[in-house]
Design a protein around this ligand. Structure first.
Ligand SMILES: NC(=O)c1ccc[n+]([C@@H]2O[C@H](COP(=O)([O-])OP(=O)(O)OC[C@H]3O[C@@H](n4cnc5c(N)ncnc54)[C@H](OP(=O)(O)O)[C@@H]3O)[C@@H](O)[C@H]2O)c1
Length: 296
């Protein structure tokens, strides 16, 4: 397909590379222009403006947050103004349910299509084409975009014909991951202060009842204290808990654990942990227990 890709950060650069490897004609844009060089060497076009990137069958966006998506879509010379009729905007960023609804309505008003396709998987999975894609939108449009999802991911889960449902699923998933990180941090602080070897403890967990990628990935990061370089920055993690709570507020779903985790992120950010990996909230329990110092 002829596809535009906007947002070449930790996730987007790997995703765009995999679209190229799958044989799609890819044209790319990033706010910071230097990040296009590697992909241009691989065969991407980098016209330097969003309008030209939009002359495609589909435009995918993988941007930091709601503000970034709003400026790229609704801004002057943005996607809304330039995407052809019947072409599709595929939003892969983790954004609010409310913005997803607004995007769906705006694209419909411009006779364009809109899909939400947020993803699970860290930058390594994005680079390897092993993401899990959570798709929401009209079935016929999802069918058209399936080759794109197959290029970036190992499996696509179609959740609903409403795009915003995919965003809600993604936010709920990130809440669950953050809850696992917090729980692991507390448990590892407990056994660590009690003099038990933390690596042995993690091996026990992950080879028995907790034999799941999320415990393995985040347990290792906590045990190794490896929060830099950030694969998923704490600032983005805080954004996701905030967005999960915003959705919970709208739907009137109390989430006391999410509220607690929101405060954990605030503690981490207040202590200067903005650029650490979001799993650094998993060291706060050890800090509270007097085992280690602050994050800054
Ligand atoms: N990292 C992960 O493990 C992971 C996993 C799943 C989902 N996600 C989600 O995927 C999205 C991207 O994450 P990431 O880790 O790739 O983030 P990132 O490395 O920080 O990249 C963010 C991208 O957004 C662009 N951007 C930020 N603000 C902008 C603005 N105001 N206008 C235009 N462009 C703007 C950045 O451009 P510049 O290069 O110019 O800064 C960059 O291309 C986020 O929604 C995140 O929550 C991340």
């Amino acid at each position: 397909m002829k596809v535009g890709f906007i947002g070449l950060g930790q996730m987007g650069s790997g995703m765009a590379a995999n679209l190229l490897k799958a044989g799609h004609q890819v044209s790319i844009y990033n706010r910071t222009a230097g990040k296009t060089e590697n992909l241009v060497r691989m065969g991407a076009k980098a016209p330097g403006e969003i309008a030209t990137v939009c002359a495609s069958d589909a435009v995918m966006t993988m941007l930091a947050n709601d503000d970034a998506v709003e400026s790229v879509v609704f801004g002057n010379s943005g996607i809304l103004q330039n995407l052809p009729r019947n072409a599709v905007h595929v939003s892969c960023s983790t954004i609010s349910v409310a913005l997803s609804q607004r995007l769906a309505a705006a694209h419909e008003g411009a006779a364009q299509n809109f899909l939400s396709a947020p993803v699970f998987g860290r930058p390594e999975a994005a680079a390897a084409g092993k993401l899990f894609v959570v798709a929401g939108g009209a079935a016929d449009v999802i069918n058209i975009c399936t080759p794109l999802f197959e290029a970036i991911g190992q499996k696509t889960f179609v959740m609903s014909d409403r795009p915003e449902a995919a965003n809600l699923v993604k936010l709920s998933g990130n809440f669950l991951i953050a809850a696992v990180i917090e729980a692991l941090g507390e448990a590892i602080a407990l056994i660590g202060k009690g003099g038990v070897d933390r690596q042995k403890y993690l091996d026990l967990l992950t080879s028995t009842l907790f034999n799941a990628p999320v415990y393995k990935t985040y347990g290792s990061l906590i045990v190794d204290g490896k929060f830099e370089p950030a694969g998923f920055a704490a600032l983005l993690g805080q954004k996701d808990i905030h967005l999960a709570l915003a959705a919970a507020n709208t739907l009137r779903v109390p989430m006391p654990l999410a509220s607690l985790i929101r405060d954990r992120f605030l503690t981490l950010l207040a202590q200067g942990g903005e650029t650490l990996d979001w799993s650094a909230i998993g060291q706060l329990a050890a800090q509270d227990a007097g085992i280690i110092g602050g994050s800054s």
